[in-house]
Write a new protein. Structure first.
Length: 114
């Protein structure tokens, strides 16, 4: 496994049919949906913690926990709707506050329901 942030190694050394690229921004990338790895609620919780890292510059933990709860609830909804993939999560997160609010009304997570 090689980290090639600047795509310098791939440009010089990539061997089609031998090497695999894992880069969501590269059309030659292998297809992997991390939602397929989610089996239990702690997996959703871990994923939302990865997406929203702890913010130590704020003394109030709500600035970390609230966005994590929202993202976890959205992930849970996407899984239930059988639309769980990175693109769908990205679309919902970028759809705007009113769309997110509407989606969260259907959540079982009492922390995020309005």
């Amino acid at each position: 496994m090689i980290l090639d942030a600047k795509n310098e190694y791939i440009a010089k050394k990539f061997r089609p049919g031998v090497d695999l690229i894992f880069n969501p921004l590269d059309c030659d990338s292998i297809q992997w949906n991390f939602f397929d790895e989610i089996k239990r609620w702690p997996d959703i919780d871990a994923l939302s913690a990865f997406i929203v890292p702890e913010n130590k510059s704020h003394s109030d933990p709500i600035w970390t926990h609230a966005p994590r709860e929202i993202i976890a609830a959205l992930i849970e909804l996407l899984i239930k709707m059988k639309h769980a993939n990175c693109g769908e999560l990205w679309s919902v997160l970028n759809a705007g506050v009113s769309t997110i609010r509407k989606a969260l009304k259907h959540s079982n997570n009492m922390c995020v329901r309005g």
